[in-house]
Write a protein that binds this ligand. Structure first.
Ligand code: SF4
Ligand code: SF4
Length: 336
């Protein structure tokens, strides 16, 4: 294993933040977020995982896809392709896995989404393994691990006075070559952190089809506010809405916008004529869990078994304590 001293890593981060667009976990108010930094002193090192995932680095909450300008003669389309290159440091394994799950929709489907593809191509992901597991984390129960290297270009692991590093891609090799010289490491390896299991069993062992009509979903939804914060914080929720808006002050000019959406929204599935196949709140809330544990494995034949990274953000964020781990627990329990 290669090893780099903390002082050398900090010096590299300072230079990189000066020369390039470097993003890292940063304390903003009482939140920790992946944000641009100007120097290494702005990096937050003591965190379970940032409050928001990496999703918006590739799939922004709202983005302009293109602009339309028209006059009596013609319509002109002006594409808004993202060109910026980014290095994201301090990425948690669950967030890198979340990006891989987004890839299934935006890259592996034909045709790939050009906006997402450009951001992926222009971004390098540098991971930092977790040294502790949060109370709401359950990555190891959905196929992940606090040191899972999948989806990362380079990964650091904290040891005494420095970091071990693992090169995982060509982009990672380029970063490695720009770092101060690494040495071999013969010191003590830290123990892998262990968390308390949030449920007993595997979500993929549940017979999801047989629970589709359970009254449980309607009862659960009695307290759901439909606020959609669960989808907002989720690294794998990937539904979006597309709309055209006039541009203020530019007669004849419109922009096509893409924004995050959520299956919990009341009129999410409404079709022409007003029919809504998911009219009941319980049907919409049920879809959130079926999408992650039943539809995703059916639709995408990937190494990821479910579309949940176990990051626990939705557990922390839901204002009425609708807890995904309790839902999995319940289904595992009733199946016994
Ligand atoms: S724990 Fe919740 S927020 Fe995290 S990936 Fe799973 S569903 Fe999404
Ligand atoms: S965060 Fe909770 S209350 Fe809000 S939509 Fe999601 S499940 Fe419902």
């Amino acid at each position: 294993m290669k090893y780099i001293q903390k002082a050398d890593l900090l010096a590299w981060l300072d230079i990189t933040a000066w020369e390039k667009n470097l993003i890292a976990p940063r304390k903003i108010g009482n939140q920790i977020l992946y944000q641009p930094i100007e120097n290494s002193s702005q990096i937050c090192w003591d965190y379970i995982r940032p409050d928001l995932s990496l999703k918006e680095a590739f799939f922004p909450p709202t983005e302009r896809l293109f602009m339309m300008k028209s006059n009596s003669q013609q319509v002109e389309l002006v594409e808004s392709m993202p060109e910026e290159e980014k290095i994201i440091f301090g990425v948690r394994s669950c967030d890198a896995l979340g990006v891989q799950m987004l890839d299934e929709l935006f890259l592996e489907n034909i045709p790939p989404d050009p906006y997402y593809a450009k951001r992926r191509e222009n971004t390098t992901l540098i991971g930092m393994t977790c040294s502790q597991i949060g109370a709401d984390c359950f990555c190891t129960q959905v196929g992940g691990a606090p040191d899972d290297p999948r989806g990362l270009d380079l990964m650091f692991k904290e040891v005494e006075d420095g970091y071990l590093l693992q090169v995982l891609s060509e982009k990672g090799q380029e970063i490695y070559e720009s770092l101060p010289k690494a040495s071999d490491y013969y010191g003590k390896m830290p123990d892998r952190p262990r968390g308390k299991p949030l449920f007993i069993g595997a979500p993929e062992s549940i017979d999801w089809e047989s629970h589709f009509d359970d009254e449980y979903w309607m009862e659960l939804s009695d307290r759901c506010l439909g606020c959609r914060i669960c989808a907002y914080v989720c690294p794998t929720c990937r539904c979006f809405d597309v709309r055209d808006e006039p541009i203020a002050g530019q007669p004849g000019a419109f922009e096509r916008l893409r924004s995050w959406d959520s299956c919990v929204r009341e009129n999410y599935r409404q079709i022409a004529g007003g029919h809504n196949p998911r009219a009941a709140k319980g049907e919409r809330l049920r879809n959130r869990f079926y999408c992650k544990f039943f539809y995703y494995p059916q639709q995408y034949h990937t190494s990821m078994t479910v579309a949940c990274t176990g990051c626990g953000r939705c557990i922390e964020a839901c204002p009425v304590n609708i807890d995904i781990s309790e839902i999995i627990s319940h289904l595992l329990e009733v199946a016994r």
